[in-house]
Design a protein around this ligand. Structure first.
Ligand code: PMP
Length: 361
């Protein structure tokens, strides 16, 4: 068996130890004589799986008691609608910072349900930075303030949160969840598609402050109402059982390998540092993001020549470094180096880049 180094932006690499454990338990989960794929979501045994995933998530992210954790389906895109349907319910206004395609899509979707105001954007420089935010420009009676914490396509991340006062801060953490500590108490709602740092595609996690639940617009579809899922412990209908099980294994893996999200962050800084340090001294490759806003998870880079970029992606793939092509909207390259990417994967990629630079100088 030969495994590649997979730099996909999502679905992405999972920890090998987790895949091995899932394989071991595939036919007989802990003596039940069944696979987790086959068992009823109403069984005692699955109850144990979902409860331990939630408690492990609460422990690692230090989620306060007054927040609900929801295991849903529908991906980030469903949250783009679910958030305004549930939260845009008083003034009917919300503020958005547009730092890339995903924040833009969230803003467009919210504008179907209320007044979705853009308070800042980094579109002028192809989303290569996080804009400075002036609280004087914020809407004082907004129902929420929306940011995309880590911008998967452009490789930027917030290192400082906007000061929104009493307006609940809402963040898309799809591509940075569990990569570093986050102070949940500063947010009204956090959500993430699991397919990058947590599990296979199919699971969407929502962490929402209790007082924001139960006020959905009257026409909200049942499945899009947070209250329905909160009241039923994410078991209103059939949840994405298998991704929830893998999520639990990934959380246990983080705990046993890194101890905490502080430990995870130190590991990610070291790993991303190897690639950024190389990019900063290379004569052929360069990173495309303003240094202070660089993501720990998604690292876009270019050579400056489309032809050379193509050659690089092709040769890298042949050498076992796959999915390095940049997003179709920006081109160039992007290495997504989520939690499960081992340090040696990044080190070997850099070694390969050094060789490529030498051979194509
Ligand atoms: N938000 C972010 C930050 C993303 O990276 C993505 C997908 N890559 C989405 C939202 C959309 O998620 P989904 O495909 O799960 O709807």
């Amino acid at each position: 068996m030969k495994r590649v180094y997979n730099f996909s932006a999502g679905p992405s690499v999972l920890p090998e130890a987790v895949l091995r454990r899932a394989a071991e338990e595939m036919l007989d989960y802990q003596g039940s004589g069944q696979s987790v794929m086959e068992m009823s979501h109403r069984s005692k045994i699955f109850e144990g799986i979902i409860e331990s995933a939630e408690s492990c998530l609460r422990e690692l992210m230090n989620i306060p008691e007054n927040y609900k954790v929801l295991f849903l389906q529908g991906g980030g895109w469903s949250q783009f609608a679910m958030i305004p349907l549930n939260l845009m319910v008083n003034s009917g206004k919300a503020d958005f910072v547009v730092t890339g395609q995903w924040a833009a899509k969230a803003q467009e979707e919210a504008s179907r349900y209320g007044e979705a105001r853009i308070v800042a954007s980094s579109k002028d420089k192809t989303f290569s930075y996080i804009p400075e935010l002036d609280p004087a420009a914020f809407t004082p009676d907004a129902d929420y303030f929306y940011i995309c914490m880590n911008n998967t396509i452009y490789g930027t991340r917030y290192t400082k949160l906007p000061e929104t006062g009493n307006v609940p801060l809402v963040a898309d953490i799809s591509s940075c969840i569990l990569s570093e500590p986050i102070d949940v108490s500063k947010f009204g709602l956090l959500f993430a598609g699991a397919q990058k740092n947590v599990a296979p595609a199919g699971l969407t996690m929502v962490i929402v402050r209790e007082d924001l639940i139960g006020h959905a617009k009257e026409f909200t579809p049942t499945m899009f109402n947070y209250k329905i899922h909160a009241d039923n412990g994410s078991l209103f209908n059939t949840p994405p059982c298998y991704p929830i099980y893998i999520c639990g294994l990934v959380l246990e893996w983080i705990k046993s390998e890194f101890g905490s999200l502080e430990g995870m962050k130190a590991h990610n800084e070291k790993k991303a540092g190897i690639l950024y340090d190389f990019l900063d001294q290379s004569k052929m490759f360069r990173g495309t993001v303003v240094k202070k806003d660089r993501s720990l998870m998604n690292v876009p880079f270019v050579t400056g020549s489309d032809e050379l970029d193509k050659k690089f992606v092709k040769e890298a793939e042949a050498a076992g470094f796959v999915n390095l092509k940049g997003h179709r909207s920006v081109g160039g390259m992007r290495a997504s180096i989520y939690n499960a990417m081992p340090i040696e994967g990044v080190q070997k990629l850099v070694d390969f880049m050094v060789e490529f630079e030498k051979n194509n100088a």
